[in-house]
Design a protein around this ligand. Structure first.
Ligand code: AMP
Length: 113
């Protein structure tokens, strides 16, 4: 996708504070962090949302695996953290490229906050 900001970040056309990358995903700090740790894990391939991931495609499982690894490395695994995939307008998705939010370093409320 030519004008997708997360494609550009994943392809290094836009500089960002990359915390991890492999062949399938890039992870970087959210521009507007909602917690002391707020990392976005995005697939390098463009999917508009989780709705576009076909059955049998392991990308979402890989994103969660990377989140688990990063949580340990960033020191938030022991106390806990939150993983969120906003989907569509009502789901609060503002960037139309599948991404996993990982927030930690503070206590989270439920359902909000
Ligand atoms: P969502 O609302 O779930 O689509 O989340 C999009 C997230 O992307 C928001 O938390 C934004 O702060 C974040 N964001 C938007 N542009 C950038 C950027 N250039 N670098 C890092 N994070 C970004």
């Amino acid at each position: 996708m030519d004008d997708c900001i997360f494609c550009k970040i994943a392809n290094k056309e836009i500089p960002t504070s990359l915390v991890y990358e492999d062949d399938l995903v890039a992870a970087f700090n959210d521009l507007s962090p909602q917690a002391p740790v707020h990392v976005l894990i995005v697939p390098k391939k463009h999917y508009q949302s989780v709705l576009e991931v076909p059955e049998g495609d392991a990308i979402v499982a890989h994103m969660f695996h990377v989140a688990s690894k990063l949580a340990k490395e960033l020191g938030i695994a022991e106390k806990g953290f939150r993983l969120v995939i906003n989907t569509g307008k009502d789901g609060g998705q503002s960037v139309p490229h599948l991404h996993l939010h990982m927030t930690g370093g503070r206590e989270h409320g439920w359902p909000a906050g």
